[in-house]
Write a protein that binds this ligand. Sequence first.
Ligand SMILES: [Fe+2]
Length: 220
Amino acid sequence: MTIVERKREALYSKLTEGIEFLKDENDTLFKKLRRNKLQILKLLIKIVEEIDPYTKGHSIKVYRYTIRILKRLKLKKKDMITIGKAALLHDIGKIAINKDILNKPGRLTEKEYAAIKAHPRIGAEIAQEVKELKTSCQDILYHHLWYNGRGYPFSKLQCDDIPLGARIIAVADGYDAMTSNRPYRKAFDKEHAIGELKRCSGTQYDPKIVEIFITILKTR
Ligand SMILES: [Fe+2]
């Protein structure tokens, strides 16, 4: 066995232990979350990214894109912190999704897709349990809700009634997903991804945020 394989096996074993621990301690998880707060959430992000290797580094990239958009919008510091936390933790609900479903290379069944669609609600419920994250819940909950009201979870909200943070995270998340390799397709190049953002502007994405983000991408 090579060193890399040994390290990978050791890491996998640690993560398995961590996941088993979280499962065993499910009843007291929320109490632990309150006590250990952000440290536990950082661990959860790591575990999510190990369960779903294609999202490795995704949370931090979405966070960085979000912060760049927020700086352009010149929001109050308090709001920037709230939305920044939501960006970092937007996929935390994937902790509860079956690893095989997250990594399935082929087409998902209706049931599997329904399981994936639960992750914003689960993420919002986790964040709701932590005092410092309560204000980020709505942005986590609606990060897959489309600007025209489609997407998920089902909601009567649409356009600017959708929380601003959720609309920003949706654009940052969409761009990073498009420019990353996925089990079912290769990464798009930057120009192709920008073209997709424009094509989906006004339907999936808030057109104002798309415009700001494209300006940012082109001035890099
Ligand atoms: Fe998500």
